[in-house]
Ligand binder design. Structure first.
Ligand SMILES: [Zn+2]
Length: 83
């Protein structure tokens, strides 16, 4: 799995809707990729803050914001390759 692929399934992963094989690849990639660890860690913290002990369900607006935030963080930690 590449960083781009990890980002593209991140929503499903945090929602718990990604299948087990995908989760496994996700975790394998994360184990060896510090920038992705940082991004995923941030997402987890954000979700925990939001959850605050309530049932785990993210409203669409929140997810959109989260996705935007993620992309920013991801871009900051993964500079685009020079063309
Ligand atoms: Zn990565």
């Amino acid at each position: 799995m590449k960083c781009e692929e990890l980002l593209s399934i991140l929503n499903e992963y945090v929602d718990g809707t990604a299948d087990a094989a995908i989760c496994h690849e996700f975790e394998q990639h994360m184990a060896g990729c510090n920038p992705c660890q940082v991004v995923v860690d941030n997402v987890r913290k954000t979700i925990q803050l939001y959850k605050g002990g309530q049932p785990y369900e993210l409203p669409v607006a929140f997810r959109e914001r989260l996705h935007g935030l993620l992309r920013q963080r991801w871009e900051a930690t993964h500079p685009a390759p020079k063309k």
